[in-house]
Design a protein around this ligand. Structure first.
Ligand SMILES: [Zn+2]
Length: 383
């Protein structure tokens, strides 16, 4: 995460950047802000900036080996502590059991809340647990910190939602917050500082993260996606929770049912149903430019998901249930021979739409190209 990827909060950013530049790095800090604010994003940007090998005066480089590892939350000196649940499989849970799942959750939505995280367990959370950081976690942290740093100058222990630490953990960690091993800093990220023990709060330097303003929210999504009117509405509705707004906008895209549109198109082109294609083109050309762009970007996404499904692990897929069902049938038609051509043609079409090309002609021509591309045989068998 780069500072520039986070909208608003310029004062906090300045404060964090100056602390690093003046080498006044507090070894235990509390990022406190409401659910859906930039607290985690800021803490991550700060951790990355601290360890960037090539930082500028105001941000991380984003491309050095340290940045790349921080960006994917996989740096060996970034220890993540999160609230977890007891499940059928895991009776004594610690963060490490669920960290892959959390990484997916957070990289999908850096403004996701504790509730969102717990909801992501779905039916696995039969007992309605709210997420806890258990005693075993404290032992784990002690164990990890007894080893030397792998490669970073500043090893970071990030505790997400420390208000979910039970009393045992809190007591076991107090001393560490006060005096961490050399080269280690604690970053705690809370959406409810009131629930933390005063003895903990007093050992931390608090950084208050403000709510996102209307301008921040519009800047985050871009004016094309979010008009002033919509942004106002959503900010009021969610209490300036960017994570929730993300979710609402994503759900809206689902409502538009792009997958139904896309699978219909693929069926028609594969069958070379020219009449059907004409009707489909007619229909799409009546929709606005924004909708057409959305559809084309979606098509690019689905081609990419097909490749992931074919060549990598399906755990990397970012699809919903409907999309996944479609993928299982459609992916054999997308392969190394045609995927690049298809993607290039789709990108070219987006540019065409943006230059006000005639949509009817553009989508008809694109459909004919798709007919051709889908008939290309792959040279090598896979799987
Ligand atoms: Zn860097």
């Amino acid at each position: 995460m780069l500072f520039k990827e986070i909208t608003g909060n310029s004062n906090v950013k300045k404060q964090l950047i100056n602390a690093v530049r003046n080498n006044r790095i507090s070894h235990a800090q509390l990022f406190s802000g409401k659910s859906g604010s930039a607290k985690l994003a800021l803490a991550l940007a700060y951790a990355q900036f601290l360890n960037c090998k090539n930082r500028t005066a105001v941000d991380s480089c984003g491309v050095c080996s340290s940045c790349l590892k921080f960006n994917s939350l996989s740096h060996p000196d970034l220890h993540l502590v999160i609230p977890v649940l007891k499940t059928k499989k895991v009776q004594r849970p610690v963060s490490d059991h669920f960290i892959g799942q959390w990484r997916n959750f957070i990289t999908n939505n850096y403004y996701g809340s504790l509730n969102g995280w717990i909801d992501s367990f779905g039916t696995e959370n039969k007992l309605g647990q709210q997420g806890t950081i258990y005693k075993d976690e404290a032992n784990n942290i002690h164990k990890k910190l007894s080893l030397k740093n792998y490669e970073a100058d500043h090893r970071v222990v990030m505790i997400w939602m420390p208000e979910r630490m039970n009393l045992d953990v809190s007591n076991k960690l107090l001393k560490l917050f006060e005096e961490p091993p050399k080269g280690t800093i604690f970053l705690l990220v809370t959406e409810n500082a009131n629930q933390l023990l005063p003895t903990i709060i007093s050992r931390l330097q608090t950084i208050k993260v403000a709510d996102f303003t209307l301008e921040d929210i519009i800047a985050h999504f871009g004016e094309q996606v979010l008009s002033l009117e919509k942004a106002k509405q959503l900010r009021n509705l969610t209490n300036a929770d960017l994570g929730k707004i993300n979710q609402i906008l994503e759900d809206r895209e689902d409502e538009q049912d792009l997958i139904a549109d896309f699978s219909a198109w693929m069926r028609l082109t594969y069958k070379m149903d020219v009449q059907g294609i004409s009707k489909w083109v007619e229909n799409l050309s009546l929709k606005g430019r924004k909708q057409q762009n959305l559809f084309l970007s979606y098509a690019i996404k689905m081609v990419r998901e097909c490749l992931i499904y074919n060549f990598a692990s399906s755990t990397l897929l970012k699809t919903n249930k409907k999309e996944f069902t479609f993928l299982t049938k459609f992916s054999p038609f997308i392969h190394e021979e045609n995927s690049v051509m298809i993607t290039e043609k789709l990108e070219e079409s987006i540019k065409g739409i943006n230059r006000n090309a005639n949509a009817k002609i553009l989508f008809f021509e694109l459909s004919l190209q798709m007919v051709k591309f889908l008939r290309l045989k792959r040279k090598f068998a896979i799987k």
